[in-house]
Design a protein around this ligand. Structure first.
Ligand code: WTA
Length: 648
C-alpha cells in the first residue's frame, strides 16, 4: 500500500480538538526549546499538595544517567484520580466493568471508587503494608485490580502487577526480585468461558518465595480454593474490619509508583520503575490530547491491567482526567467474534483502543461480525502494541470506524510510561501504518546501526530519543547499572528504544519492529533468551536458540531450534511436551509455535550462535543467507534448511 495515502482530520475532529495543527507546531517547538516552561505549565493539570518549583533535572550521559522531574513537588495519585473529582462528579461512572460472561457488568461511580479504594488501602495497612513497601498484584480484569493499584498509590506502596497469564515460576521470580511480602490475588479468573486458577498459581509460586508473609484473596468466581492459615486472608473479611476512610499519603514526585516487569534482550525480565509526578502528568496529558477526551466520553481500552497499556490507559491516565473507562474481563472471540462490537453498542463507547493482533484475528473471522453493528457512538479508534500493517489499519477504519472515525496508531513502551509518537486526531493527518509525529517534548532521532545520526528527513535506522520526557522510567528496580547499560550505553547521549524505524519525507515515523532479541508476539514482549532458558531447563534439551518469524495473526511467532541430549529421539510427542514445558515455565503467551530439532546450531569458530542465519531459515528465506564463510561447520545449515518448519 502506498505511503501517499493520507487521511486528513475530519471537519468534526478539527472542530472539537484540544490542539489544532498550528497549535501542535507551536507547542511542540516550545516543548523542545523550553521544556522547563512548557512542563511547568502542563504540571498545573495535577492537584499538588506542594507545587513543584524544580521542573527538569535529567541527564542521559552514560554512566551518570539520572532522571528527575518536578522533584520538589508533593502529590498523591489516588487523590488525583479520585478525591479531586468528587465535588463535580461523585455520581459519574468512573469504571464500567463488562464481564467475560455476557450480561455480567458493573458501573462504579467516582464515589464508589473512593469508598472501595479507601477500604482496600486500609486493608493493606492492616496487613502491615507501609509507604515504600512493594505489593504484588496478580488479579484478573475485575474492578478490584484497579482498586488494589489505587490503594497502593494511596498509601505510598509500590505495586508490581503481574499479568494473570504468567506461570508460578514467573510469579516467583518477580516477587523475589522486588522483595514483596504481600500478594493480592483472587480465587480464580475467567477468560473466554474458562476458569483460571489464580490462587493455585500463587500457592505454587510461594513455594519459592520465602519473603511472602501475607496473601490477600479477593472472592471472584466463588469456587473453593485452599487457604493457608496464618498466611492467606479473604479480602472481604478483612475489609469488614477496617475504617472506611484512609487519608492519601503525601508523596514526593520522584517517589516510586510502580514496578512493571518487562522482557529485554538478555537475562530475566527487568523491573521497570515509574515514579509519581512525571508519570501522572504524562499519562493524563497524552490520554486527553491523543484521544481528544472530553467530558462525558465513554472510553474503552481493551488491554489487560497486567501490561503497561492497562496501567496508563485504563487506570491512571483516564481516571486522572475524570473519565469513564471501560474494563473488559473477556476476549474478542467469546462467545463469538462480534463481542467487541456488542460491547461498544451496549455501553455506547466513543473511543476504542485495541491491538493490531486483535484486529487481524477479527479480520480473519470475516467482516460480517463488525458489519452488522453500526456502532454510531464510535468517534475515534486507537492501536497499540506492534506495528499495524496498512491492511489491518484500513480494515479497522472501514469495518469498525465505518470510514467516519479517525484512527490513531500510538507508539510507546513500558519504559516510556505513555504515548511517544502518535497523531493528535484533530491536528495531524494520518497515514495507514505510521505512528506519525512525536508528542510534546519527545525528540525522536534516527541513527544508523553504528550510531551515526541521520540528519536528513528521509531516513531509516534505529529509533532513539534525544532528551528526557516526564513519563520516562527512572531505573530498573534494584539495578541502575542494567538500566544504563540497556538504554544508554550503545548510543551514548540517547535513550535507545530497541525499535527500528523509517522516517518519510514528511517527517512521519514508521516503526519497523524490534532490532534486538525481543519478540513481539500478539503485542506481548517476549525475550528470546527467556524462552531459551526455559527450553534448556528441560532434561532432554542440550541447547536451544529462539527467533521470531512472521505470523499472520500474532505479528511474530516463536520459532525454536532445539538440540536434544544424545540418544533422545525428537518426535511430535516431544514437541508437545516442550510446548507444555515452556507454558508451565513462563506462561501460555510464550508457547512455541514451531519447534525444529536440530542436531547442530550454526556457530562461528569462536562458538557464537549465528542468529542471523536462524532467523532467515525461520522466515523461509534461505536464498539470502549472507556470509556463511565464518561458520565452523557449513553442513549444519544444509540440515537446518532441509528440516525447516515454516514452508509458508
Ligand atoms: C512495540 C506497549 C509499532 C514496539 C505499549 C515497542 C509498537 C514495544 C507500537 C513495546 C506501535 C508498541 N507501532 N510498534 N504503535 N506500540 N510497539 O513495552 O516494538 O509492551 O518497543 O509497551 O511494542 O511493548 P510494551
Amino acid at each position: 500500500m502506498s505511503e501517499q495515502l493520507v487521511f486528513e482530520p475530519s471537519a468534526e475532529a478539527k472542530a472539537r480538538t484540544w490542539v489544532t495543527a498550528e497549535q501542535y507546531e507551536a507547542m511542540y517547538a516550545q516543548s523542545v526549546s523550553d521544556p522547563e516552561g512548557f512542563w511547568a505549565e502542563q504540571a498545573k493539570r495535577i492537584d499538588w499538595i506542594k507545587a513543584p518549583t524544580k521542573i527538569k533535572n535529567t541527564s542521559f550521559e552514560f554512566p551518570n544517567v539520572s532522571i528527575k522531574w518536578f522533584e520538589d513537588g508533593v502529590l498523591n495519585i489516588s487523590a488525583n484520580c479520585i478525591d479531586r473529582h468528587l465535588p463535580q462528579r461523585a455520581d459519574q461512572v468512573a469504571l464500567i466493568w463488562e464481564g467475560d460472561t455476557p450480561g455480567t457488568q458493573d458501573h462504579i461511580t467516582y464515589q464508589r471508587l473512593y469508598d472501595e479504594v479507601n477500604r482496600f488501602a486500609n486493608v493493606l495497612k492492616a496487613q502491615g503494608v507501609k509507604k515504600g513497601d512493594r505489593v504484588t498484584i496478580y488479579l484478573p480484569m475485575i474492578p478490584a485490580a484497579a482498586y488494589a493499584m489505587l490503594a497502593c498509590a494511596r498509601i505510598g506502596a509500590v505495586h508490581s502487577v503481574i499479568f494473570a497469564g504468567f506461570s508460578p515460576d514467573s510469579i516467583a521470580g518477580r516477587i523475589n526480585d522486588c522483595e514483596s511480602a504481600v500478594v493480592i490475588t483472587a480465587d480464580e479468573g475467567r477468560r473466554g468461558g474458562k476458569a483460571i486458577a489464580l490462587k493455585k498459581n500463587v500457592d505454587d509460586a510461594l513455594a519459592k518465595t520465602p519473603g511472602v508473609t501475607r496473601v490477600v484473596v479477593v472472592k471472584n468466581t466463588g469456587n473453593a480454593v485452599a487457604m493457608q492459615d496464618g498466611r492467606d486472608v479473604w479480602y472481604e473479611a478483612e475489609a469488614a474490619k477496617v475504617p472506611a476512610e484512609c487519608p492519601p499519603e503525601p508523596m514526593n514526585a520522584e517517589d516510586p509508583l510502580f514496578i512493571l516487569y518487562t522482557s529485554g534482550s538478555t537475562g530475566k525480565p527487568k523491573g521497570v520503575l515509574h515514579t509519581t509526578g512525571g508519570y501522572i502528568v504524562w499519562t493524563s496529558l497524552t490520554h486527553q490530547l491523543a484521544f481528544d477526551y472530553r467530558e462525558g466520553d465513554i472510553y474503552w481500552c481493551t488491554a489487560d491491567v497486567g501490561w503497561v497499556t492497562g496501567h496508563s490507559y485504563i487506570v491512571y491516565g483516564p481516571l486522572a482526567n475524570g473519565a469513564t473507562s471501560l474494563m473488559f474481563e473477556g476476549v474478542p472471540s467469546y462467545p463469538d467474534a462480534s463481542r467487541f462490537w456488542q460491547v461498544v453498542e451496549k455501553h455506547k463507547v466513543n473511543i476504542f483502543y485495541t491491538a493490531p493482533t486483535a484486529i487481524r484475528a477479527l479480520m480473519g473471522a470475516g467482516p460480517q461480525w463488525a458489519d452488522k453493528h453500526e456502532m454510531p457512538s464510535l468517534r475515534l479508534l486507537g492501536s497499540v502494541g506492534e506495528p499495524i500493517n496498512p491492511e489491518a489499519w484500513m480494515w479497522y477504519y472501514k469495518h469498525v470506524g465505518k470510514e467516519r472515525c479517525g484512527v490513531i496508531d500510538t507508539w510507546w513502551q513500558t519504559e516510556t510510561g505513555g504515548f511517544m509518537i502518535t497523531p493528535l486526531p484533530g491536528a495531524i493527518p494520518t497515514k495507514p501504518g505510521s505512528a506519525t509525529k512525536p508528542f510534546f517534548g519527545v525528540q525522536p532521532v534516527v541513527l544508523s546501526p553504528e550510531g551515526r545520526l541521520q540528519e536528513q528527513t528521509k531516513a531509516e535506522g534505529v529509533l532513539c530519543i534525544k532528551d528526557s520526557w516526564p513519563g520516562q522510567m527512572r531505573t530498573v528496580y534494584g539495578d541502575h547499572e542494567r538500566f544504563m547499560s540497556t538504554y544508554f550505553q550503545q548510543y551514548q547521549g540517547y535513550y535507545f528504544s530497541g525499535d527500528g524505524c523509517r522516517r518519510d519525507e514528511d517527517g512521519y515515523y514508521w516503526i519497523t519492529g524490534r532490532v534486538d532479541d525481543v519478540l513481539n508476539v500478539s503485542g506481548h514482549r517476549i525475550g528470546t533468551a527467556e524462552v531459551e532458558s526455559a527450553l534448556v531447563a528441560h532434561p532432554k534439551v542440550a541447547e536451544a536458540a529462539v527467533v521470531g518469524y512472521p505470523h499472520d495473526i500474532k505479528g511474530q511467532g516463536i520459532y525454536c531450534y532445539v538440540t536434544l541430549m544424545t540418544g533422545v529421539e525428537g518426535d511430535e510427542a516431544l514437541k508437545t511436551e516442550l510446548r507444555n514445558w515452556v507454558r508451565k515455565e513462563i506462561g501460555p503467551i510464550a508457547s512455541p509455535d514451531l519447534i525444529q530439532f536440530a542436531p547442530g546450531l550454526p556457530k562461528t569458530r569462536s562458538g557464537k550462535i549465528m542468529r542471523r542465519i536462524l532467523r532467515k531459515v525461520a522466515e523461509n528465506d534461505f536464498g539470502s543467507l549472507g556470509d556463511t564463510s565464518t561458520l565452523a561447520d557449513p553442513a549444519v545449515v544444509e540440515d537446518l534448511i532441509e528440516h525447516r518448519q515454516n514452508r509458508g
